[in-house]
Design a protein around this ligand. Structure first.
Ligand code: ZN
Length: 329
């Protein structure tokens, strides 16, 4: 179907897409936060402005935890949020989503993690494939949480685990054996790395945690040996350019290393990360590649294709989407 609209935005809308780096708490639609707390959240935050920069990760995390604490008071709220997030992805022509929820909802909000996971799963609409991850911060293994995290490996509706939170917090000895047990239990494993910590932490996540998907991985580019290791091990990077600019991981779009990493043979995908904080849509992230980094339409289609290539679904499911992408770029 020709829409007659030849803008990059219209092209991006038509691309079948994936999001493989999306925090559910960070994707909370502003309308839901406002409905729940009309006085406090009448207006979207200053951080939605395109020129806004967070001072550091603590600044960003503090704001985000404030929103999450005011909204995610029950498993039902997770369901409502997931329903709205998934519906908006379907409208944006997203076919596959990997989303995480934070183990902090159990640790600090007192929710039942299995109930939250089931509530998210129950919100998945027809026509969208969703994989659900439990995000665990570096010091997330506590006396209270250890039995919960062990039990999580048995939750049938949980697809995997992801390492979250401030990267500069020391990562305890619990992590490597737990990530291994997760694999043995059939869970897919990922880790956030190379956003604020350098390439050595990316290497550690690949070598010690055994992950083959890094969330961000921006700073991998600083060490050619780490880039070669990622290529050799077939590790993909789920990147979020708008997030990286607003958090000061890179000074501006033109300094973002995604082009260099793609050219080095690394599979890179694009996602929004935490749109409640950045005010971005997936289209905005693709447009940053086009407008800020000179990506051609063929390049954009290649990034979209990477998302389907890493998707945790059978090849037969991917085939029709890859065919559409082949016809577009
Ligand atoms: Zn993230």
């Amino acid at each position: 179907m020709s829409t007659g609209d030849d803008t990059v935005a219209a092209f991006v809308q038509r691309l079948p897409k994936t999001e493989t780096h999306l925090h559910l708490e960070g994707a909370l639609p502003w309308e839901l936060l406002r409905e729940a707390n009309p006085g406090k959240y009448a207006q979207p935050p200053a951080s939605w402005d395109s020129g806004f920069r967070f001072r550091n990760f603590t600044h960003f995390e503090g704001e985000l935890l404030g929103y999450a604490g005011d909204y995610f008071k029950s498993a039902d709220r997770y369901h409502e949020c997931a329903k709205a997030v998934f519906a908006s992805r379907v409208t944006a022509n997203v076919k596959y989503v990997e989303t995480s929820f934070a183990s902090g909802c159990i640790d600090f909000m007192g929710l039942d993690g299995r109930e939250v996971c089931d509530a998210i799963r129950a919100a998945v609409p027809e026509g969208l494939e969703v994989r659900i991850f439990l995000g665990i911060h570096h010091d997330g293994w506590t006396k209270k949480m250890a039995p919960v995290l062990e039990d999580a490996l048995l939750w049938g509706k949980l697809d995997g685990i992801d390492l979250h939170g401030a990267e500069d917090m020391p990562l305890g000895d619990w992590a490597a054996p737990y990530w291994k047990r997760a694999c043995e239990a059939g869970k897919f494993t990922k880790a956030h790395a190379g956003e604020f910590q350098g390439p050595e932490f990316v290497r550690r996540c690949v070598e010690e945690l055994g992950v083959r998907r890094i969330q961000h991985g921006v700073r991998s580019v600083e060490d050619p040996e780490v880039v070669a290791m990622l290529r050799g091990e077939g590790v993909a990077l789920d990147m979020c350019p708008v997030s990286n600019v607003k958090l000061g991981v890179v000074p501006d779009a033109s300094s973002h290393p995604i082009r260099a990493l793609l050219d080095a043979g690394i599979v890179c995908t694009v996602s929004t990360d935490d749109p409640v904080s950045f005010g971005n849509t997936l289209g905005d992230d693709y447009r940053m590649l086009a407008d800020g980094m000179g990506f051609s339409r063929q390049d954009l289609a290649r990034v979209a294709r990477n998302g389907f290539e890493v998707a945790l679904v059978p090849d037969a499911w991917k085939a029709p989407h890859l065919e559409v992408l082949a016809s577009m770029g």
